[in-house]
Design a protein around this ligand. Structure first.
Ligand SMILES: Cc1cc2nc3c(=O)[nH]c(=O)nc-3n(C[C@H](O)[C@H](O)[C@H](O)COP(=O)(O)OP(=O)(O)OC[C@H]3O[C@@H](n4cnc5c(N)ncnc54)[C@H](O)[C@@H]3O)c2cc1C
Length: 410
């Protein structure tokens, strides 16, 4: 098979795959895993580093999504390679919702939970926190199903692609809800620092978008339809629709101006069926404990001229603590400081090193799927030793390991 993925979504990383298999059933997948020495499931290819790279790529699109409602409408099961857009379409038909979405719905569920992908909201955990059941094909080709009550479940959800092929995911769902989105402009750095907690609490999900210039930028507030939203002090409500990157055409952005809409049409910043931007970008993100939020931002603002020329957009979001072993939110609420960079790899690497040095006093942890200075991060994850034992049990021959995982997790 020669038709296989060569690069990630943004073309900022070239995969080294030498072959690709496209199973159409779980039995075929099991046989392929048994026969392989090294094998790697690929999701939607939206990560920016080598986490998904390997010898043989497994692309799961040939396996039916087979979404199904379980437990009287409290859970939904679907194939791991389904995107959040696929999931949303099914949930809409049944009047159901998941608690949150990332900035765009094109990302696969198995790939998103692998890296603890998140949206925003003081009380919203990352997307992996909605997982209540998983089905894996493990290193010996066996099918393993786990539930929240199983020991080690909390180690399996943020799986880093290291534990097997995720063939099915069960997610907690709730009745569908409506969201109103409003953008507030003209936020100064001083206003942000002085009112940080108030701003982050302004709605169900809040994002601050910044170009790292002289002013902080825009606040995007996604509020529950019935929620009382206070105007953001020192800002002006936008009177036209905005794109997160100031000056870009907002046609691809989800609707704003307070128009109520379904959760799935508002919680992402970008609409399904549209490409969010040109894609010529690199991303990095650092999660700092919430208690360090303003101190960490102040330090970055002070050095912003060292990296702002490379910025397409910056975003600050809050994410609630969880108990998932390899989650950067493990037992800590975080502020997640995101950078969308111009696709200039060498210059971005330097900027990232500068930012990491500045954030070092604040217990910053990088997003697993984005660009950071690669080093062993195990010491920052108290449950990493248990995760490695779990990995060795589920993948005794190291079929799902790659050089990136060996470097980062050990
Ligand atoms: C435009 C854009 C916007 C983004 N927005 C956000 C955001 O809002 N919030 C955020 O936190 N992150 C965001 N990200 C990062 C993205 O969510 C993560 O990189 C995520 O892991 C990508 O999922 P994927 O399906 O593309 O995974 P891939 O990049 O394909 O793979 C990631 C890892 O998951 C593994 N994997 C994938 N599928 C399976 C499977 N079925 N079984 C086992 N392992 C599997 C791979 O082997 C690899 O280890 C964004 C990225 C882009 C490009």
């Amino acid at each position: 098979m020669t038709d296989f993925p060569r690069t990630n979504w943004s073309k900022s990383y070239s995969y080294q795959f030498r072959n690709c298999i496209r199973p159409t059933s779980i039995d075929e997948l099991g046989a392929a895993v048994r026969a392989a020495n090294k094998i790697k499931a690929l999701g939607s290819g939206h990560s920016f580093n080598a986490i998904a790279d390997g010898d043989v790529a497994v692309v799961l699109n040939g396996i039916p999504l087979a979404p199904a409602i379980e437990d009287d409408g409290r859970r939904v099961a679907i194939a791991g390679h389904a995107t959040y857009g696929d999931l949303a379409r099914f949930l809409q038909e049944h009047g159901l919702a998941v608690h949150n979405l990332a900035s765009l719905p094109h990302i696969s569920i198995a790939g998103a939970i692998a890296t603890a992908t998140h949206g925003s909201g003081n009380r919203n955990g990352n997307l992996a926190t909605a997982v209540c059941g998983l089905e894996f094909v493990t290193g010996n080709g066996e099918v393993v199903r786990v539930e929240r009550t199983d020991p080690d479940f909390e180690g399996m959800v943020v799986h880093l692609g290291a534990l097997g092929v995720v063939t099915r995911v069960t997610l907690a769902v709730q009745p569908a809800f409506q969201i109103r989105q409003n953008v507030y402009e003209g936020l100064s750095w001083t206003t942000l620092f002085e009112n940080f907690d108030e701003i982050c609490a302004a709605g169900y999900s809040v994002s601050v978008f910044t170009g790292w210039g002289d002013e902080a930028g825009q606040v995007w507030v996604k509020a529950m339809a019935g929620e009382d939203v206070q105007a953001i002090r020192g800002t002006t409500p936008a009177t036209v629709k905005r794109h997160p990157i100031i000056g870009l055409d907002p046609v691809n952005a989800t609707d704003q101006l307070g128009e109520p809409g379904l959760w799935s049409d508002r919680l992402s910043h970008f609409r399904m069926g549209f490409m969010p931007s040109s894609g010529e970008e690199i991303q990095s993100e650092f999660h700092v404990p919430r208690r360090h939020a303003t101190a960490a931002l102040e330090v970055l603002v002070a050095i912003r001229r060292d990296f702002s020329h490379l910025i397409l957009a910056g975003e600050f979001r809050t994410v609630a603590a969880d108990r998932l072993w390899m989650s950067p939110q493990y037992q800590r609420d975080t502020l997640s400081i995101h950078f969308t960079w111009r696709r200039e790899a060498a210059a971005v690497d330097q900027a990232v090193a500068r930012i990491e040095a500045a954030l070092a006093p604040f217990e910053a942890l990088p997003h697993w799927g984005k660009v950071f200075s690669e080093r062993n991060l195990s010491e920052h994850y108290p449950m990493a030793p248990a995760f490695k034992k779990l990995r060795d049990r589920m993948d005794p021959e190291g079929k799902f390991r790659n050089e990136w995982l060996d470097r980062i997790v050990g």
